[in-house]
Design a protein around this ligand. Structure first.
Ligand SMILES: Nc1nc2c(c(=O)[nH]1)N[C@H]1C(S)=C(S)[C@@H](COP(=O)(O)O)O[C@H]1N2
Ligand SMILES: [Mo]
Length: 401
């Protein structure tokens, strides 16, 4: 399916005022209220995340918790649940799986609404896929730290990403069973978590439309994560998992899914998740897919014994397909070495390693990946006001002594 075409069509429709549910006027009003650009709030409600967040595994930002990359050292391919990042707009709701229902409704269905229980869902053929969920703002803090630029939103390092084994059923099977019409255009899952309120405006339940083509392609309604029932913080009892797309597409605690016969808009594709910046051909360009990134399995400031051989490890990933090559520099970018890939190839991310014997003193580590389409991480990421899609090579300060 033509995803670029989809975004551009939506942008034209939105600009022309077709947006239902959220008008351009609302958008401008909201933008004015928060000083020109849309701002993701720093709400610090008490206990928005239910699982333990020990400081050796997480860095907490308000309602969100980032995985520390050192926590992946000596782990396998998947990120264990105890260290998987959490991005909550408000707080984790506690939902009784037995009472939970999924309502599928809208003018894109041939008939009326269809309601399914978890037991109903489990009667569809189950599939298990290793898929990365990554926040569109992962790496955002490096716009400031590395490029001296101002951005708004959660100041993530590189840990707002995780790969898990998601088990569930194809959204496409469920939609077809619900009686999909030929006129279906968009599919919009909604979360059962509390409404998101920002700048004094109730934006309603967390929701974001995707085109019917994507919904019928590879999207899952997942009820298990790494072999366990979906944990509360990750969407219990059922979440959407949208491969290769920005994390916001993967709606947690899904309760309703609208199938429309017209383009759908929500603040999550009009106000947020747009690229506002001079480097973009359209100011406010929409986007859905992630970019190429790499991370070392260590924290900035890590220390090593001087003169002792160590193995640096890391992972690289891309929404465009598998990783073809990873290069690592241990001297601030002066020299580059091909990292050794290991573990499964062609998966949600590629693991790699490089032996290194550091001399005493400070060092700067860099990793740069290239995917099968030839996309390489640049030295500088294209700035946008909301700090999305940071794909530049990250400079990691470490020292040996
Ligand atoms: N209902 C609901 N779904 C949601 C969110 C949310 O706040 N509410 N956050 C989204 C965002 S922005 C991201 S990055 C991912 C994070 O998934 P995780 O918390 O399981 O890591 O969930 C998405 N789905
Ligand atoms: Mo996100």
């Amino acid at each position: 399916m033509d995803e670029m075409g989809y975004d551009e069509r939506r942008l034209r429709q939105w600009t022309a005022g077709v947006a239902r549910g959220f008008s351009r006027r609302d958008f401008l009003k909201l933008s004015a209220a928060v000083g020109g650009v849309a701002v993701l709030p720093d709400v610090a409600a008490a206990g928005p995340i239910l699982k333990p967040l020990p400081p050796e595994l997480f860095t907490v930002f308000g309602t969100n918790a980032e995985m520390r990359w050192s926590a992946m050292r000596d782990q396998g391919f998947h990120v264990p649940i105890d260290r998987f990042f959490v991005r909550n707009h408000t707080s984790t709701p506690v939902i009784d799986a037995a009472a939970w229902r999924l309502e599928i409704f809208g003018a894109g269905l041939r008939g009326g609404p269809v309601t399914l229980s978890l037991a109903d869902l489990k009667r569809f053929p189950a599939e298990t896929h290793s898929v990365a969920v990554e926040c569109a703002g992962n790496g955002r803090s490096y716009y400031t730290k590395q490029q001296g630029q101002t951005v708004s939103g959660t100041a993530w390092g590189l840990g707002a990403v995780g790969v898990a084994r998601w088990r569930g059923v194809r959204l496409g099977h469920v939609l077809r069973r619900a009686g999909l019409s030929r006129h279906a255009v968009d599919v919009q899952p909604e979360g059962l978590d509390p409404h998101y309120v920002t700048g004094g405006v109730d934006l309603g339940p967390v929701r974001r439309p995707m085109p019917i083509g994507k919904a019928l392609d590879d999207v899952l309604l997942a009820y298990e994560m790494n072999g366990e029932p979906l944990p509360a913080d990750h969407g219990h009892p059922v979440r959407v998992v949208v491969p290769h797309w920005i994390g916001i597409s993967s709606i947690k605690w899904v309760g309703r899914i609208e199938v429309s016969a017209e383009p759908l808009f929500s603040p999550w594709n009009t106000q947020f998740y747009r690229l506002f910046g001079e480097g973009y051909p359209v100011d406010g360009q929409p986007f859905d897919r992630q970019v190429v990134k790499s991370a070392f399995e260590l924290d900035p400031g890590a220390t090593f014994p001087a003169g002792v051989r160590t193995t640096l490890r890391g992972r690289s990933w891309s929404a465009n397909g598998s990783i073809r090559r990873v290069e690592v520099s241990t001297d601030g970018g002066a020299h580059w070495h091909r990292a050794r890939p290991f573990g499964p190839a062609g998966g949600a991310w590629q693991r790699w390693e490089l032996d290194w014997t550091p001399a005493a003193g400070p060092h700067e580590l860099l990793a740069r990946a290239t995917d099968v389409r030839g996309n390489t991480q640049p030295d500088v990421a294209r700035h946008n006001a909301l700090g999305y899609l940071f794909d530049a090579v990250v400079r990691v300060p470490v020292s040996a002594g």
